[in-house]
Design a protein around this ligand. Structure first.
Ligand code: 5GP
Length: 199
């Protein structure tokens, strides 16, 4: 394993992927995990119910609001946020262990959480994914068919605000447009390689 200049093993990178619901973030993350050697997925905890065929522990750890509050109080989370009526949080332990062990961690989180990660882990790489246009966002959300019209509408309404928030925060270094998945993944892999070189 290469050295970090202090004699210790080189740390892994925390890679934050954010963007409005329906931009294809999950597909991007899955591809990154497939193509980045040794990278691990950060399994978030959430109070929202499972969607479609999501199973506990793979996409998310599905927990009650009481359990979420207890773990938040205990300082278990690296960051937390509320999104369309539910709580989401990144468990700190697995992220710290992976990074210390030289593995990259891929996390898909919304912008409030991205800002908290920027503060606590300034060396993280923060990437915001944009849809090619709002029409394609609408089409992708509608195509999902695992949520009610009302939830879909609320997620869509949130998109503009999230984009503006990410831009104004100054905490997202990279904005990539996800038109063709393979090109987007290549672009992100280039960003990660560049970040590793400039350390
Ligand atoms: P969904 O319900 O569609 O899976 O996720 C809703 C939003 O919450 C998405 O923008 C997703 O990236 C974000 N999210 C998922 N897990 C976390 C987390 O642990 N922390 C934060 N801050 N956001 C999360």
């Amino acid at each position: 394993m290469s050295s970090d200049g202090t004699g210790g093993p080189r740390k892994g990178k925390v890679i934050v992927i954010s963007g409005p619901s329906g931009t294809g973030k999950t597909s991007i993350c899955n591809e990154l995990l497939r193509r980045l050697p040794g990278a691990v997925w950060s399994v978030s905890a959430t109070t929202r119910p499972p969607r479609g065929d999501e199973t506990d522990g793979s996409a998310y750890e599905f927990i009650s609001p009481q359990e979420f509050a207890r773990r938040e109080q205990a300082g278990d989370f690296l960051e937390t946020a509320e999104y369309v009526g539910h709580r989401y949080g990144t468990p700190a332990g697995p992220v710290r262990r992976a990074v210390e062990g030289g593995r990259h961690v891929v996390m898909e989180i919304e912008v409030q959480g991205g800002l908290q990660i920027a503060r606590r882990m300034p060396e993280s790489v923060r990437i915001f994914v944009l849809p090619p246009d709002m029409e394609s966002l609408k089409a992708r959300l509608a195509g999902r068919r695992t949520e009610s019209e009302e939830i879909m509408k609320r997620r869509l309404e949130k998109a503009d605000g999230e984009i503006a928030f990410a831009r104004d925060s100054g905490k997202y270094t990279y904005f990539v447009i996800n038109d063709v998945l393979d090109d987007t993944v290549e672009e992100i892999l280039d960003i990660i390689r560049k970040e590793m070189e400039t350390e």
